[in-house]
Design a binder for this molecule. Structure first.
Ligand SMILES: [Zn+2]
Length: 78
C-alpha cells in the first residue's frame, strides 16, 4: 500500500459521513476509480455501513460505524 492509499483511507471516515470537503471528496473518488485496492475497501465499507443503517436504530450499539471502520483499518494496516 502506498502513501496515497494510506492518506485516502484516513479520509474515508469523513467521506462516508458526508463531512468531507468537496475537494477531498473528489480526490478520494478519483483515486478510488484508479486504485483497485482502495475501491474494494470503499465498497466493503459502504456495504457494511448500509447494513448497519438498515437495522432498527435501537439495535445498533453506539459508535459501531466508527469501530467497524477502526477494525477495517487494522485489517489493512497491521
Ligand atoms: Zn489506493
Amino acid at each position: 500500500m502506498n502513501d496515497k492509499c494510506k492518506k485516502i483511507m484516513e479520509c474515508l471516515s469523513d467521506y462516508l459521513d458526508g463531512e468531507m470537503s468537496e475537494e477531498l471528496c473528489e480526490m478520494v473518488e478519483k483515486h478510488v476509480k484508479e486504485c483497485e485496492e482502495c475501491m474494494c475497501f470503499v465498497d466493503g465499507l459502504k456495504t457494511t455501513v448500509q447494513c448497519l443503517q438498515s437495522l432498527p436504530a435501537d439495535k445498533i450499539p453506539e459508535n459501531i460505524e466508527k469501530s467497524v471502520l477502526e477494525n477495517l483499518k487494522k485489517i489493512l494496516f497491521e
